[in-house]
Design a protein around this ligand. Structure first.
Ligand SMILES: Nc1ncnc2c1ncn2[C@@H]1O[C@H](COP(=O)(O)OP(=O)(O)OP(=O)(O)O)[C@@H](O)[C@H]1O
Length: 274
């Protein structure tokens, strides 16, 4: 049984402020199955409904029609079985790094004395041992995002939902966090659904890359990514990115996206002209 199933999921919003008086369709008939432990990356043109899709899976909103199943049960709201990491760090500024990770554990009923140990363990997992007592303003952007990841992992959700978590970071920090995320994923076996605008990021991270159409969002194609021996031989970073297989996948996804981005831009122009 798949861990996550989208069955004919549609999401509409009231068309307020738009040309048509009808409903505005953000997602239209999404079908997607994600096995347990898989790392799936979703790419698509701006406004195609990627965040909407993740919000639905996170239980932050409900589908207009269709359903989303998690372990065979319909998603009806947020739950501790899913950890969410957004682009903005969403840390509590008055709490230390440790305090922020502990915060995630308070809701789960982990006894007070264990919270601190657990929070320290997960800060160490994301490379932040020694920074436990720093407040968010004393940490770099990459470190803050590491804290957010540690906070989501600490309460041990089965599924990690990530909405452009590295988009605001500089290239080097982004690449090192990509490596860390892959390492954590390999170690923990979580199911990861990761949204990005970046084709390279998608190819580097994903076991599968789901390419969406421009509005209304549908799944255009799911591309399995496999670097075979290169990965098992430990090839990563620039070595992997400069390999011929990487270039082939990048081109394949770029081609799939290209028409959709052009269509999305055309739509934006038409709307701006109204
Ligand atoms: N609460 C809402 N009410 C009305 N329209 C909404 C709402 N949320 C999203 N939308 C619209 O739905 C469409 C999809 O939005 P969404 O944020 O999911 O796209 P996205 O692919 O994540 O975009 P981006 O890549 O630019 O972040 C957009 O046109 C957006 O304006």
């Amino acid at each position: 049984m798949a861990k996550i199933v989208f069955e004919a999921v549609t999401k509409t919003f009231p068309a307020k402020g738009r040309r048509s008086k009808e409903e505005f369709t953000a997602l239209d008939g999404i079908d997607l199955e994600i096995p347990a432990g898989e790392f799936v990356v979703v790419v698509g043109p701006s406004g195609c409904g990627k965040s909407t899709l993740l919000d639905l899976l996170g239980g932050l909103s409900r589908p207009t029609s269709g359903r989303i199943l998690l372990d065979g049960e319909p998603v009806t709201g947020p739950g501790l079985d899913r950890g969410i990491v957004f682009q903005q760090y969403a840390l509590l500024p008055w709490r230390t790094a440790l305090g922020n990770v502990e915060f995630g554990l308070e809701a789960t009923g982990v006894p007070r004395r264990q919270r601190s140990d657990r929070a320290r363990e997960f800060l160490a997992l994301v490379g932040l041992a020694g920074f436990e007592d720093r407040h968010p303003h004393e940490l770099s952007g990459g470190m803050r995002q590491r804290v957010a990841i540690a906070r989501s992992l600490a309460y041990d959700p089965d599924v990690l939902l990530m909405d452009e978590p590295f988009a605001a970071l500089d290239a080097q920090t982004r690449e090192s966090l990509q490596d860390e995320l892959r390492r954590i994923w390999q170690r923990t076996g979580k199911t990861v659904v990761f949204i990005t605008h970046g084709i390279e990021e998608a190819v580097y991270l994903g076991q599968k890359v789901a390419v969406m159409t421009s509005r209304p969002g549908r799944v255009k194609e799911v591309v399995p990514i496999s670097f075979g021996e290169a990965r098992t031989a430990g090839l990563q970073g620039e070595d992997l990115r400069s390999s011929p297989e990487f270039a082939r996948y990048r081109h394949e996804i770029w081609t799939l996206l290209h028409d959709e981005v052009a269509r999305a831009q055309q739509l934006e122009k038409e709307e701006a002209a109204v």
